[in-house]
Write a new protein. Structure first.
Lengths: 115, 113
């Protein structure tokens, strides 16, 4: 248990569906991250939020829309996804302002399958 | 692309010491070297971090030579539960101008009985 929870753990959706992934951290951290991990590929950083403000968007397609209402919650809204978007989506948090040398605490991930 | 190079995979037997070496020839002067462990279908978990010489905690040791162009993660007396992917990270500049971690492909360690 890392103090970072993600729901749902598994999600199957059609290409025309709209769904949202939720992440919550109970660590009092100020930075939160979304990563994508496809099979046999490295983790790809998608978004970074520091103190609720987005500080990094790693050229992510607009069909992925993040939302950070407060420092403890992070959402990833999904719409009109493609089958190649099927992957494990990981949320992480760190203590301060997203300094890359801070320890990141990862959630268990949401396994997404797009049909 | 990640700034680190690691072996793609390693096999070991239970009870052995495992050493995983990572090359980071272009490491920045103020960069730390950080290692994470990832089990299947789970998020990565921090193992150890160091700047120079040797760092030891209850899980592993990290050896960093004086030139800091490489580092070696040492896992003493591995067990089957140490089967995982191990990532070595240093920082790098993103296309948006921020300095951050880039995860590479990691080293897939398989511990055999």
């Amino acid at each position: 248990e890392t103090g970072v929870t993600q729901t749902p753990r598994h999600l199957v959706m059609g290409m025309t569906n709209k769904k949202s992934l939720k992440c919550e951290q109970h660590l009092g951290h100020n930075a939160m991250y979304w990563y994508k991990q496809s099979a046999k590929k490295p983790l790809e950083l998608m978004f970074v939020y520091n103190f609720k403000e987005q500080t990094e968007n790693n050229s992510v397609p607009s069909r992925f829309s993040p939302e950070c209402p407060n420092s403890s919650h992070l959402f990833l809204h999904l719409h009109t996804l493609q089958p190649e978007d099927s992957a494990l989506y990981l949320c992480a948090s760190s203590q301060g302002e997203g300094d890359h040398q801070e320890t990141q605490y990862f959630g268990p991930g949401t396994r997404l399958l797009v049909l | 692309l990640a700034k680190t190079t690691q072996p793609i995979s390693m096999d070991s037997y239970e009870g052995q010491e495992v050493n995983i070496t990572c090359s980071h020839n272009n490491i920045a002067t103020n960069d730390y070297i950080t290692w994470y462990q990832q089990f299947p279908s789970q998020g990565p978990r921090f193992i150890i971090q160091g700047y120079k010489t040797k760092v030891t905690n209850e899980v592993a040791s990290l050896f960093i030579p004086a030139d800091r162009k490489s580092s070696t993660l040492s896992l003493p007396r591995v067990s089957l539960s140490d089967t995982a992917v191990y990532y070595c990270l240093v920082g790098d500049w993103s296309t948006s101008g921020t300095y951050k971690y880039i995860f590479g492909t990691g080293t897939r360690l398989k511990v055999l009985a």
